[in-house]
Design a binder for this molecule. Structure first.
Ligand code: ADP
Length: 229
């Protein structure tokens, strides 16, 4: 069963042209894929529909085969807990320690302090951040800050991890490192959807690639069909 499915989705912003036009695709549990396309192609809009930050104008977005159109009110927060998000600018709380930032999704789920602490330490360890748990985000390098953002997004083992230009502010070497973490880190079963305009980087990851052009899904490339640059 797909964890995520877009069924003929179109999105028009008020007064604007179509940000997405008749987009259909499905993502399996445990699958990693990229969505790429020029600036304005509709990548962010696609991710916003998954988080219920926007609603489609036509068509349906299904999560675990449940139509998100039916998810309203208090159920929206519950849905968002199933989707981990990595932001371009990490969006860390600057006055809280690394450990507190990563613990946040667990605290929001009401997980006990002791259990949360164990999971936070385990994930920070995997990301090579164990020695930095008491640091403030401002004391970290850009690459470390983004790794903390990834730790926070995956600590609660969401069904789906999404990232909008997660390497937008990083140099090429760090970008490759962060993409590799996104590919390797999620627990088995977590699907990962990454939006990036960096086609070269995306191709090197050898994963499925969705290509958007002016809101249309113009290509859906299997890893084996990716050509080396
Ligand atoms: P991308 O992430 O690929 O750069 P976006 O999804 O941000 O693309 O944008 C797709 C199109 O929708 C663009 O033409 C953009 O100007 C437009 N758009 C995005 N957000 C809004 C909004 N809140 N209101 C009006 N138009 C928007």
């Amino acid at each position: 069963m797909p964890v995520l499915r877009f069924d003929n989705v179109s999105k028009q912003y008020p007064g604007g042209h179509a940000a997405l036009a008749e987009v259909s695709f499905a993502v399996d549990a445990g699958e990693m894929l990229f969505v790429t396309g020029r600036s304005g192609a509709g990548k962010s809009t696609l991710l916003k529909l998954i988080q219920l930050a926007e609603r489609p104008s036509r068509g349906a977005v299904l999560f675990d085969e449940r139509n998100l159109a039916r998810v309203r009110g208090g159920a929206i927060a519950a849905h968002r807990r199933n989707v981990g998000v990595v932001y371009q600018n990490h969006q860390l709380l600057m006055d809280r320690s690394v450990a507190d930032n990563v613990a946040l999704p667990l605290v929001l789920r009401g997980i006990k302090r002791g259990d949360a602490g164990k999971r936070v330490r385990s994930i920070l360890d995997k990301l090579g951040l164990a020695a930095r748990e008491r640091a403030l985000p401002s004391q970290l390098s850009a690459g470390e800050q983004q790794r903390v953002g990834i730790a926070r997004a995956v600590v609660a083992e969401p069904a789906l991890l999404i990232a909008d230009e997660p390497t937008g502010n990083l140099d090429p070497a760090l970008s490759t490192e962060i993409m590799a973490l996104l590919a390797a880190l999620p627990e088995r079963g977590t699907s990962v959807l990454v939006a990036s305009h960096d086609l070269g980087l995306v191709k090197r990851m050898k994963k499925r690639v969705l290509v958007l052009d002016q809101g249309r899904l113009v290509d859906d490339i299997a890893p084996e069909d990716l050509v080396d640059e």
